[in-house]
Design a protein around this ligand. Structure first.
Ligand SMILES: Cc1cc2nc3c(=O)[nH]c(=O)nc-3n(C[C@H](O)[C@H](O)[C@H](O)COP(=O)(O)OP(=O)(O)OC[C@H]3O[C@@H](n4cnc5c(N)ncnc54)[C@H](O)[C@@H]3O)c2cc1C
Length: 372
């Protein structure tokens, strides 16, 4: 297993629980120091395609049931997730709700007056809102710790400070070189997040996964603040939610260049605030807490959907990476699917063919149109 982010930790747990000897090699001195530790921690089953609905909805239910199944909570809080839809997107949004309900997801259609009671906003040009009552937040670092503890209890060997620098295929096994020693393995699961392309490159494999920076800004804490659910303005991409007494908010910079950068972009902040205040004018009166802002990187692929499954040119190499900002909400189910791919020869709880790496090659795979 390469990487001890939330995806690697979930895979390690699921593989070890099926009796495999698992070794996790993590470059950093603690788990979760990649994208996972810098996430917004939101989970939602409100998606526009069946596969993503299933990946997220099943994962949310696994987070919900964590305490009952494993005796430890991962702080799943169903604080809700609201999409505000302008007239132009309303029909599409209603069709998505039908699809989501068909998969058993609890989602409601709200008029703007009802939606405004959850989060205040300017309703001009909005047709309505949709509300996922089981969507919310989890604690991603808690989830990693629990997954790794469970994996260790099943015999997994978790090595921190083991950055992989070379991978070679010899006869029927892989030889993995790290700064702290050389290891052999029959399988490799590449859960290296935004570094997954680099890691695949060590083995001569082509994998289009890159980092792209995303910034989150914060107001100062305000005593007695009413909790605000995750609220996304579909027209502009502006989003916010409260965390304790703060409001966290942002708008993605779609022109952000690829590359690893975790410095907060204050040059972008003015655009963020202007865009946010169009929909949430009250934010203009909120004092900013510069120290509460942070940045991390999404692990992006060309179509913003993950790469999942065995590599056709190296069948004992399984990718689980490139979640493009959705890894926390899908990690539990990804662990299950990766374990099936390794142990049973093919993932079968869900058909993951749309997510296989072949979609980026000229020779095979379905180039499926996926929608957010
Ligand atoms: C600002 C922000 C907000 C986000 N909000 C959300 C959200 O609300 N909901 C959601 O679901 N997702 C969100 N995400 C995305 C989510 O954080 C990621 O999709 C998820 O954490 C990916 O997990 P991962 O395990 O694949 O990658 P990572 O957490 O990056 O883990 C990869 C690990 O691989 C290790 N590694 C890399 N190279 C090597 C090597 N050569 N040798 C050994 N180890 C190596 C790294 O050190 C790292 O620990 C957000 C991300 C950011 C940055």
């Amino acid at each position: 297993m390469v990487g001890a982010g939330i995806v690697g930790a979930s895979c390690a747990h699921e593989l070890a629980s099926r009796g495999l000897r698992v070794r996790v090699l993590e470059a950093r001195s603690a788990p979760g120091e990649g994208s996972t530790g810098r996430s917004f921690a939101s989970v939602r089953a409100q998606w526009g395609d069946a596969l993503n609905i299933e990946l997220s909805w099943r994962s949310i239910q696994m987070y919900r049931d964590f305490e009952r199944l494993h005796g430890t909570s991962v702080d799943y809080r169903p604080t809700g997730y609201m999409f505000l839809a302008p007239e132009a997107l309303w029909e599409t949004q209603l069709a998505r709700v039908e699809l989501q309900r068909g998969h058993g997801v609890p989602v409601e259609i709200l008029d703007t007056a009802t939606a405004q009671q959850k989060t205040p906003f300017d309703a001009a040009d909005l047709a309505g809102a949709t509300w996922g009552s089981a969507d919310g937040v989890v604690d991603p670092l808690a989830a990693i710790q629990v997954y790794l503890r469970l994996a260790r209890a099943d015999g997994a060997d978790v090595r921190l400070r083991h950055p992989i620098s070379a991978i070679a295929r010899e006869q029927d096994h892989w030889v993995v070189e790290t700064a702290a020693g050389t290891f052999t393995s029959s399988w490799i699961v590449n859960a290296a997040g935004g570094w997954a392309g680099e890691v695949a490159g060590f083995a001569g494999l082509d994998l289009p996964v890159n980092h792209v920076r995303r910034c989150i800004y914060s107001t100062r804490p305000q005593q007695g603040r009413k909790p605000l659910p995750m609220t996304v303005d579909l027209g502009t991409g502006a989003f916010l939610r409260s965390e304790g007494e703060r409001v966290l908010f942002s708008v993605a910079n779609l022109d952000e260049p690829l590359g690893y950068d975790t410095s907060v972009d204050w040059g972008w902040f003015e655009t963020v605030l202007t865009t946010m205040c169009e929909r949430f004018p009250w934010l203009a009166d909120e004092p900013l807490d510069r120290g509460g802002a942070w940045a991390g990187t999404y692990e992006v692929t060309p179509d913003h959907f993950p790469v999942l499954g065995a590599n056709p040119s190296a069948p004992t190499w399984v990718d689980a990476c490139g979640f493009s900002g959705h890894g926390v909400m899908q990690a539990p189910m990804v662990g299950v699917l990766v374990a099936e791919e390794v142990v049973d020869g093919r993932a079968h709880s869900l058909d993951i063919d749309q997510l296989r790496v072949e979609r980026f090659t000229d020779t095979g795979g379905a180039h499926v149109q996926m929608v957010f």
